[in-house]
Design a protein around this ligand. Structure first.
Ligand SMILES: [Zn+2]
Length: 211
């Protein structure tokens, strides 16, 4: 069930105080408009009605997608996640993300019917290839991005968007068929699938990092 409460927020620029909605639970089927607002970035942003200042906000949120049996948890503090938020969904796939951008990316990947673990591994290989070709380029993050002409990864530098690279479907399939089955059960079942996970999976030795 979608659950919303409000919290007081003071504009850091002009001091104007307002009440903002905080969606602690979002049910994708029940509230498709909220899903759209995650995808367009507006759900986790604030624009002051008084002075127009805008900023990103974050709060604890779980996104439940019955169709894909998928629960995505955005903890308020990723270092101390409230794991009880994930325990009401036995048998579902659980994903724990660091920020609203990762939440958005996970929704897009699962909507396309893709495996985010294979996507994350391909992203990691592409990032390594870019860094080998352009060692001076500083990549801050890459995000999966579906487009009309196929799948891409948006590349972000410190200054923001710095181009995109196409995702190769054959590589994706190869990863899915040849790399994923070789991973340990613990890596396969990790709720945290991100660039650090991929780096560890690609370079993984017999020792496993504890989560
Ligand atoms: Zn303001």
């Amino acid at each position: 069930m979608t659950q919303v409460k409000t919290f007081p927020f003071t504009c850091p620029r002009c001091g104007h105080a307002e009440l903002l909605p905080e969606y602690s639970s979002i049910n994708a089927e029940e509230s498709p408009e909220l899903k759209e607002r995650i995808l367009d970035g507006s759900l986790f942003s604030f624009t002051c009605s008084h002075c127009g200042y805008s900023a990103l906000i974050r709060y604890e949120c779980v996104y439940a997608d019955q169709k894909h049996q998928l629960l995505i948890h955005l903890p308020e503090d990723p270092d101390h996640p409230d794991l009880s938020r994930e325990q009401d969904y036995p048998g579902w796939r659980i994903r724990r993300v660091n920020d609203p951008n990762e939440l958005m990316e996970k929704i897009l990947i699962f909507e396309e019917g893709l495996d985010d673990r294979a996507v994350e591994l391909e992203k990691h290989l592409l990032e390594e290839a870019i860094q080998n070709e352009q060692p001076d380029r500083k990549i801050q993050a890459m995000y999966f991005m579906p487009a009309e002409d196929g799948y891409h990864f948006a590349v972000l530098s410190e200054e923001g968007f710095s181009g995109s690279v196409p995702m190769d479907h054959r590589t994706y399939q190869q990863i899915e068929e040849e790399v994923l089955p070789e991973l340990s059960e613990r890596m396969k079942a990790s709720p945290i699938i991100n660039s650090a996970w991929a780096a560890f999976a690609i370079g993984s030795g017999p020792e496993e990092r504890g989560e």
